[in-house]
Design a protein around this ligand. Structure first.
Ligand SMILES: C[S@@+](CC[C@H](N)C(=O)[O-])C[C@H]1O[C@@H](n2cnc3c(N)ncnc32)[C@H](O)[C@@H]1O
Length: 360
């Protein structure tokens, strides 16, 4: 059954937990003035500019850490030999090297976007954006995108994947259209397309889309071998829809949401829209927590309430385990560092919900 195949991608650990050879440098950021941008394409410009200034801003933070370290040692009695003993200065050097490696990726993303004039400014490589366009939260989004490369597109430490078992079952699936809203860096959507489904990754964040296009570009992936573990390409069976999921049109056999629905301001509206997108008999597959983090979120529902909303909207929840339960809890991490002392473990909810065949 295709729905089971898709659901086993989600319920497996295919997308969770891997280590990237480009360590993302978690450094505090210099606060830059956030300029109010009213132009139509302003937010793309912000994203492009934030990638452009990644190296400068991150190196500035690293320099501050180094200066604070040396200043402290000058005043902290005999701490110097201890710091030397634990090779703290070398650790700061490793941080700077990691920033440099990340900066290669950030620079490719920026230059690709500038070359294609993604921001629609008519600006060329040298004139796109000044630092005045970006604020600390934009730099945080760049770091988040770099972490998503780790989550989605590196091989190391990826645990057993349900996807590979499904090879050989792909015949005749191209007619089935799958929408993956809030696709981030697109790995899940890519894996689904590789099963033979006609798949669209939908994502509204310019930060994510610029980074994803780095992966999709023959030019950038040829020029650097830093990432990824597999090379995704757009095709007649794999599409990128850069826009708001609420603007997508109906006609989907499947909607697959991964760590998505809790980014909604109004999850009732989200569930209703998913329902309206599906053709009769279509299936919604979901995996994710309910960590209501969007600013201005209107509704913070419990799991029971979300499930009830799905039923009230018209969905029929299908059994997801041998006990006939309609929700399965799956423990998973998200962009976590496998070597960190603090790790978030989500108990994410997994369900498969069908839109009745006799529905409108
Ligand atoms: C928590 S992330 C999950 C990304 C991806 N599914 C994953 O698991 O790595 C949620 C994503 O949904 C995107 N998103 C949120 N609301 C959206 C909307 N209305 N339309 C399109 N994308 C949206 C965000 O930009 C973000 O990339």
């Amino acid at each position: 059954m295709p729905s089971t195949d898709l659901s086993s991608i989600l319920s497996s650990d295919v997308l969770l937990g891997c280590v990237f050879l480009v360590a993302t440098a978690l450094v505090s950021l210099k606060l830059l003035p956030l300029r109010f941008i009213s132009e139509k394409n302003g937010t793309v410009l912000t994203a492009v500019t934030a990638y452009k200034s990644y190296e400068k801003v991150s190196k500035s933070s690293a320099r501050k850490m180094r200066a604070a370290f040396h200043a402290e040692l000058r005043t902290a009695g005999n701490a110097k030999w201890i710091a030397n003993e634990i090779e703290y200065a070398e650790k700061l050097e490793r941080l700077e090297r990691a920033i440099e490696v990340n900066a290669v990726v950030a620079s490719y993303i920026y230059r690709l976007a500038a070359a294609k004039d993604e921001a629609g400014t008519g600006c060329n490589d040298t004139s796109v954006g000044s630092d005045a366009y970006v604020g600390a939260e934009d730099h945080a989004k760049v770091r988040e995108a770099l972490k998503r490369f780790v989550r989605d597109w590196c091989e190391e430490e990826r645990t057993e994947s349900g996807v590979w078992r499904l090879e050989g079952e792909v015949d005749g699936r191209r007619v089935k259209r799958v929408l993956v809203p809030g696709a981030g860096l697109g790995r899940l959507a890519w894996e689904i397309s590789q099963l033979g489904f006609d798949t669209t990754a939908n994502e509204r964040s310019h930060f994510m889309n610029l980074a994803f296009k780095y992966l999709l570009s023959a030019q950038t992936t040829r020029e650097t071998d830093l990432i990824p573990d597999v090379v995704p390409r757009l095709s007649d069976a794999f599409h990128l829809d850069e826009g708001d999921f609420f603007d997508t049109f109906p006609g989907w056999s499947y909607v697959v949401t991964l760590f998505f629905i809790d980014t909604s301001l109004n999850v009732i509206k989200t569930v209703r829209h998913i329902y309206s997108l599906l053709e009769p008999g279509g299936v919604w597959i979901n995996l994710g927590p309910l960590l209501w983090t969007s600013s201005g979120v209107a509704l913070e529902l419990s799991l029971d309430e979300v499930v009830r909303v799905a039923e009230l909207v018209g969905f029929e929840l299908l059994p997801v385990n041998e006990h006939g339960e309609s929700v399965k809890m799956v423990e998973c991490e998200y962009t976590s560092d496998s070597e960190a002392m603090m790790r978030w473990l989500y108990r994410a909810a997994f369900w498969i919900a069908r839109k009745p065949v006799c529905s409108n």
